[in-house]
Design a protein around this ligand. Structure first.
Ligand SMILES: C=CC1=C(C)c2cc3[nH]c(cc4nc(cc5[nH]c(cc1n2)c(C)c5CCC(=O)O)C(CCC(=O)O)=C4C)c(C)c3C=C
Ligand SMILES: [Fe+2]
Length: 355
């Protein structure tokens, strides 16, 4: 059998010209069109183009500030590192990386998989906290694109939520620990506040039953416990484009509220495994300015995208599928967020245990 792992990411323009960013935004808004009630596909596309036009100038400014996003390069490096980790383990497996909203687009991958003779596909989103518009949507897109290709029917499996994997929590906790040490910061100092900043999500998705906010809370609690942070706040980085309700409180609001009681704030961008505009501009520039206005110095923990344990973790997650043993042996269970055969995660509820 020829096996492929397809790493799935959001994507962000590395060379952002207006046309590329407009198409990028249109794809994002169209993918989330169910947040509003368009009466036809045509109307949903029109609304997506309208929202994209409106958001374009602000996002162009963000990209100009960072000179394009490093996300694509970091995602490529993660794919290469996973390939060599698996080769060292004796697995003959091809790694592809695909993006929801930028080239290489998920829709274009199945043709390559078919040409390369791949007959077993494992989808692995690089979103640590499983959510509907990211993890689930990216896997749906890949499976649908495969189904649409004539005469191509590979075995398909996917892993959604993996934030409970012990190695992942250790990576995150040690990344925070070394940052604190490097900057001589004590998160329990009465003048220092600690904030976990998560990417927000529309409440409509949570009302549909997705548990992204619960994952945010439990992961913050676990990592704070490992690092030894006594008190912390959680804030969400939201996108207010449609006038709908998103997760609360916003990170900005949380940080502004800390001004009276603290001198500095440490921010951990817990939803990401890459640096991109949401860390490099929203946190490092915009949030740092908001913090300064209320007299706080802001320290942002870097994303541990190149931690050498990360490809090992991904290889461990893929192991049951590559070596054909039961995923449940590694505590992977049928995913409930994406309740499709062959989709596993570490998050699904366990059956009640005997006392
Ligand atoms: C590289 C950039 C981005 C990452 C990574 C990312 C992750 C991420 N996004 C959501 C949920 C949503 N994001 C939405 C819009 C949106 N996201 C980004 C960038 C990244 N998001 C952009 C540029 C946009 C466009 C809107 C904007 O204001 O810039 C949406 C759709 C909103 C809508 O349709 O109204 C959702 C939903 C999560 C949970 C997440 C997790 C890592
Ligand atoms: Fe987003």
């Amino acid at each position: 059998m020829a096996t492929a792992i397809v790493l799935l990411n959001f994507g962000e323009p590395a060379d952002p010209d207006r046309e590329t960013v407009l198409e990028y935004l249109t794809r994002i808004f169209y993918d989330n069109a169910s947040l509003e009630d368009a009466e036809s596909e045509e109307e949903a596309w029109e609304r997506s183009r309208e929202l994209a036009q409106r958001r374009l100038p602000g996002l162009m400014e963000e990209y100009e500030e960072i000179g394009g996003s490093p996300l694509q390069g970091q995602a490529g490096d993660q794919a290469d590192a996973l390939e060599s980790t698996l080769a060292d383990r004796g697995h003959d497996v091809e790694i592809y990386h695909a993006m929801q909203f930028m080239e290489p687009l998920i829709d274009d991958i199945p043709a390559t998989l078919a040409d390369d003779g791949i007959d077993e596909v494992i989808a692995l989103p690089i979103y640590p906290l499983c959510g509907p518009s990211t993890t689930v949507s990216s896997i749906d897109s890949l499976e649908e694109a495969i189904d649409e290709l004539d005469d191509y029917d590979p075995a398909f499996s996917a892993v959604t939520g993996w934030h409970r994997a012990p190695t992942y929590n250790r990576i995150r906790a040690e990344s925070i620990g070394s940052f604190l040490e490097e900057h001589d910061l004590d998160p329990n100092d009465p003048d220092t506040a600690f904030v976990f900043s998560a990417h927000g999500t529309p409440m409509k998705y949570l009302d549909e039953g997705f548990r992204y906010d619960e994952y945010v809370e439990e992961h913050a609690d676990a990592v704070a416990g490992i690092v030894g942070i006594d008190d912390y706040e959680i804030g969400y980085q939201n996108h207010a484009n449609r006038g709908i309700e998103w997760t609360a409180p916003e990170t900005e609001e949380v940080v502004e509220g800390l001004g009276e009681d603290f001198e500095r704030v440490v921010v951990e961008p817990m939803s990401f495994m890459h640096e991109q505009s949401e860390t490099l501009v929203e946190l490092d520039v915009d949030l740092a300015e908001d913090a300064a206005e209320v007299g706080l110095e802001l320290y942002r923990v870097p994303v541990p995208h190149d931690d050498r344990r990360f490809p090992e973790l991904l290889a461990d997650i893929a192991e049951p599928f590559l070596s054909h043993f039961a995923p449940s042996y590694y505590q992977l269970r049928q995913c409930q967020c994406r309740d499709e055969p062959g989709t596993y995660c570490f998050n699904a509820e366990l059956p009640p245990q005997d006392a």
